[in-house]
Design a binder for this molecule. Structure first.
Ligand code: ATP
Length: 731
C-alpha cells in the first residue's frame, strides 16, 4: 500500500506539473500566434513550433498517466542483474521514471525486462535488448489487484500456483468489445507477441486462444519497440468485416496505439487502386452453398481465382502487355533527321535495367532518360547546325564574285537557316511527348475486364484450361458481376503495372482470420507492398470460406519462407463444459486438428432444449434465465442470414428487445443480438443460444465449421435449441 501511495502521489505531482506545463505552453502558443500577425517574425513561428511540440509531449504524457492513475501497475518482479543490487520493478501499462533519481517507478509491460514477468520461470532468466541477451535472477513475481486507486489484494505466483488473476479475468463478463490483457498474458502468448519483429509470423490458434488479442498486443509492442522507424500509419490491420473492426476498435487506444489503418481487404484494395467496384456480398455465395448443400464443382471459380495458377495466368497477361509495349520501342528517337537515341537501347532499359519497377513507372523513368538526352543532344544539334550555316554563309560571302549571285546564295542560306532552326526548336519541345505518346496508359479495370470477357485472349493466356472451363470462366462474369476474389487480381495488376502509391504502401500488416484468405490474396498483397512483414493469425477449424480460401498452412509458409510458425492450443474463452461439446464437432472435421484444451474454468453444462419448431416464448424464457444469472451480452446464433432475419422478426413480435446484427451494426449490450454464424466469427458473448430449425447443421465440412464457430462464441453459457440433438451433430 505504501508503494501504491508513493507511486500515486508522484503521479499526481507529475500530472499537476504537466497541467501547468500545458497551460503555459498554450499561453506561449497564443502569444506567439498574436506576434505572428503583427510582426510576421520567424522567431514567433519557431516559438509556436517549439511550444506546440512541447505541448504535444506534455499532453501525451499527461494522457497516458491519466489513463493509469487509478491502476498504475499490476505486477512486481523481484529481480537482480549480475553485479547489481536487487530491485523491485513494478510493471504497468506505461512507464514512469523519477525525474531526479531516475528510478523506474513503473516499467512498461512492453519493455525488454518485463519479458521475464511473462516468460514463466523463476530463477536464472534472460531477456533481449536489440538482439543482445542480458541475464539476471528472478526471485519472485507478484500480482496486484488494484481498483480505483486502492490495493485490494496481491499474490505471489510461480509455476505451481494457479494464476488467480487469469481466472478472475476469464470469469468476468464480456464487455461487448475486446479488452487488453496485459496483466495476464500467458507465456505461450507472450512468445508470439514478442516474436522477432522483422520476421513474418503465422499462428494457428484454437478458437478463443487469444489470436485477435495477441495480434493487437503485438502491434502495441511493435510500435513501442520500433516506433522510431515506423509511423503508425504504415501499419495496417486487415479484419474480416466492419462489425469486427468495431469489435476490436477500443483495444488499440487502451494499448496506447492509435492512427493505425484498420480496414478490410476489399476496402483496402479499392482505396489503394482507386478503382471502385460494386462487389457482390461474399456471404451471399456462402449462404447459397450452405442452402444448396451440394458438393462444390471441381472447377470452382472462386477457388480458381484465389490460386497461384491464376497468378500465373495474370503474369502471362502482364508479360503480354509488356511485350506489346516493348515492340513500340522499335522506332528510334529523332529530332528532324538526327537520331538522338536508339529505340533498342530504350527497349533494353524497359525490359532489363528497369524490370524491377512496375511497368508504367519504367515508362516514366524512360521518359526522363529521353528528356535528358534530348536536352543534351539538341543543344549539340543546334550548335553544329548554326556553325554549318555560319560556314556556308561565310563561304557564300567569299566564294562569289558576282554580287547578285553572292547575295542570292547568302540570302538562301540565311532564309533556310531562319526557317529550319525555329522548326527544329519547336520540334525539340515536343520530341519527348511525341515519342512517349505511343505508350498509352492502361485502365486496370478495363484490362482485367478484358481477361474476364474476351474468349480469344483467355484461350491465349489459359491454354491449360479445357474449353468448358474457359466458357464457365467467361460466363461467371456475365453482367459485370465483381466478386471478392477478383480483388486480388485487380490489386496485383495495379501493383505490377502502375505500382502502389506510397500512402497505401503499408510496411507492416496484421491479418486476423487469415484462414479466410486465398493464397493469391496474400501473394498479391505481399507483391504490392514489397514486404513480408506480416503477422497472420487464424484457425483452420473455423475456415467457413474454405470453398475459396486456405485449407492448409504449408502453402502460406512457402509464400513466406522467413515466417515463424506457432500454434496455440489452449482456449481462454470457453468453460470446460462448453469446450467439450465444441471439441466433439472439431473431432468430426477432416483437418485432423488437435482438440482444444480449455483453461481450467468450470460452468454450467450446455443445455439442449427440444423444440419441434421455433418457439419465441421459449427463447424469451432462456434469455431471461441467462440475464438472471447476471450475463449481459447474449447472442442467438443461426446458420443462415435468412433464418436470423426470421427469428429476429418473430422475436420482435413477441416484444423481446432484439437486434438483428449486420455488417454495419453497432454492437450494443442491452438487447438479444441475433446473427448468422459467419458474422459471429471472431466475436464472443457471455452466453450463446444456437438455434436451428429450417437449416439444421449437416455433417458436411462447411456445416461443421459453422457450428463450431457458433459454439465457441460462448464464454459462460450455451443453449442449443432445435428439433433434436442431431441438428447439432451431437449424436
Ligand atoms: N492471457 C489472457 N488473459 C485473459 N484473457 C485472455 C487471455 N488470452 C485470451 N483471453 C481472452 O480470451 C478471449 C478470446 O480471445 P480472442 O478473441 O483474442 O481469441 P481468438 O483466438 O481470436 O478467438 P477466435 O478464433 O474464436 O476468434 C477474449 O475474451 C480474451 O480477452
Amino acid at each position: 500500500m505504501e508503494r501504491l501511495d508513493y507511486t500515486r502521489n508522484y503521479m499526481e505531482d507529475i500530472l499537476r506539473k504537466s497541467q501547468e506545463d500545458l497551460l503555459s505552453a498554450n499561453t506561449k502558443i497564443k502569444e506567439s500566434m498574436a506576434n505572428v500577425e503583427y510582426l510576421d517574425s520567424s522567431d514567433s513561428f519557431i516559438n509556436i513550433l517549439t511550444n506546440s511540440r512541447f505541448f504535444e509531449l506534455a499532453r501525451t504524457q499527461k494522457e497516458s498517466l491519466e489513463a493509469v492513475r487509478q491502476k498504475p501497475y499490476f505486477a512486481r518482479i523481484h529481480f537482480q542483474r549480475p553485479e547489481e543490487a536487487e530491485e523491485f520493478l513494478y510493471i504497468g501499462k506505461t512507464s514512469l521514471i523519477h525525474s531526479e533519481t531516475f528510478e523506474p517507478i513503473i516499467v512498461d509491460w512492453r519493455s525488454p525486462v518485463a519479458n521475464v514477468y511473462y516468460d514463466g520461470r523463476l530463477g536464472d532468466v534472460t531477456y533481449c535488448v536489440r538482439d543482445e541477451v542480458y541475464s539476471g535472477h528472478l526471485y519472485s513475481k507478484r500480482q496486484y489487484k488494484i481498483e480505483d486507486g486502492t490495493l485490494l489484494s496481491f499474490q505471489d505466483i510461480d509455476l505451481t500456483t494457479n494464476d488467480e488473476l487469469l481466472q478472475e479475468a476469464l470469469s468476468g463478463k464480456a464487455d461487448v468489445r475486446l479488452t487488453e490483457i496485459v496483466a495476464t498474458i500467458q507465456a505461450e502468448q507472450n512468445e508470439i507477441i514478442r516474436a522477432h519483429l522483422r520476421q513474418p509470423i503465422l499462428v494457428q490458434g484454437a478458437a478463443g486462444s487469444g489470436k485477435t488479442t495477441i495480434a493487437l498486443h503485438r502491434i502495441s509492442y511493435f510500435l513501442y519497440t520500433m516506433g522510431e522507424h515506423f509511423n503508425p500509419q504504415q501499419l495496417m490491420i486487415l479484419a474480416p468485416n466492419k462489425l469486427f473492426i468495431e469489435y476490436i476498435g477500443e483495444v488499440l487506444p487502451e494499448l496506447g496505439v492509435d492512427r493505425i489503418c484498420q480496414t478490410t481487404y476489399a476496402e483496402y484494395v479499392q482505396n489503394a487502386t482507386g478503382i471502385k467496384l460494386k462487389l457482390q456480398d461474399p456471404n451471399e455465395l456462402l449462404e447459397q452453398i450452405i442452402e444448396d448443400n451440394a458438393p462444390l464443382p471441381t472447377f470452382n471459380i472462386p477457388k480458381v481465382k484465389g490460386s497461384m495458377e491464376y497468378k500465373t495466368i495474370l503474369d502471362r497477361y502482364i508479360k503480354l502487355h509488356e511485350r506489346n509495349l516493348a515492340s513500340l520501342f522499335d522506332e528510334d528517337v529523332f529530332i528532324e533527321k538526327y537520331r538522338i537515341m536508339r529505340g533498342s537501347h530504350l527497349k533494353k532499359l524497359f525490359l532489363e535495367e528497369f524490370a524491377y519497377m512496375p511497368i508504367e513507372k519504367r515508362l516514366e523513368r524512360i521518359k526522363k532518360v529521353v528528356q535528358t538526352e534530348v536536352k543534351r543532344k539538341s543543344k549539340a544539334v543546334l550548335d553544329s547546325l548554326n556553325a554549318r550555316y555560319d560556314e556556308m554563309i561565310g563561304k557564300a560571302l567569299n566564294g562569289f564574285r558576282d554580287p547578285e549571285k553572292r547575295k542570292r546564295n547568302v540570302t538562301r542560306f540565311i532564309d533556310e537557316r531562319d526557317e529550319r532552326i525555329p522548326k527544329i526548336k519547336a520540334e525539340i519541345k515536343s520530341t519527348v511527348a511525341n515519342y512517349m505518346r505511343r505508350f498509352e496508359k492502361v485502365k486496370i479495370k478495363t484490362m482485367y475486364r478484358n481477361l474476364l470477357t474476351d474468349r480469344v485472349l483467355l484461350r491465349e493466356l489459359a491454354p491449360e484450361w479445357s474449353f468448358e472451363e474457359q466458357e464457365k470462366f467467361i460466363r461467371t462474369h456475365a453482367r459485370e458481376k465483381w466478386a471478392l476474389e477478383d480483388l486480388a487480381a485487380i490489386y496485383y495488376l495495379h501493383a505490377q503495372i502502375k505500382g502502389v502509391k506510397d500512402e497505401w504502401k503499408m510496411k507492416v500488416v496484421f491479418i486476423d482470420e487469415v484462414q479466410d484468405y486465398s493464397l493469391f490474396q496474400l501473394a498479391a498483397l505481399k507483391t504490392g507492398l514489397e514486404t513480408d512483414m506480416f503477422t497472420m493469425v487464424g484457425d483452420l477449424a473455423q475456415g467457413i470460406h474454405s470453398y475459396r480460401s486456405l485449407t492448409e498452412w504449408d502453402s502460406v509458409l512457402k509464400l513466406f519462407p522467413r515466417a515463424n510458425y506457432f500454434t496455440l492450443q489452449k482456449s481462454y474463452r470457453t468453460t470446460i463444459e462448453i469446450m467439450e461439446v465444441a471439441n466433439k464437432v472439431l473431432a468430426k472435421m477432416d483437418e485432423n486438428l488437435p482438440l482444444v484444451e480449455p483453461v481450467v474454468r468450470h460452468g454450467n453444462p450446455p443445455t439442449f432444449v427440444q423444440n419441434d419448431e421455433f418457439n419465441p416464448s421459449k427463447i424469451r424464457e432462456i434469455y431471461e434465465a441467462i440475464r438472471k444469472n447476471g450475463h449481459r451480452s447474449i447472442a442467438l446464433i443461426c446458420k443462415t442470414s435468412d433464418e436470423a432475419a426470421y427469428f429476429a422478426e418473430t422475436l420482435i413480435e413477441e416484444n423481446l428487445d432484439v437486434e438483428l446484427l449486420t455488417e454495419t451494426s453497432e454492437l450494443g449490450q442491452s438487447k438479444l443480438l441475433v446473427l448468422p454464424s459467419h458474422l459471429a466469427k471472431g466475436l464472443e458473448f457471455d452466453a450463446v443460444i444456437v438455434a436451428a430449425f429450417s437449416f439444421p447443421y449437416n455433417d458436411t465440412p462447411i456445416d461443421r465449421k459453422l457450428l463450431y464457430v457458433a459454439l465457441t462464441r460462448a464464454m459462460h453459457e450455451l443453449y442449443l435449441v432445435g428439433p433434436s440433438e442431431e441438428t447439432f451433430l451431437l449424436v
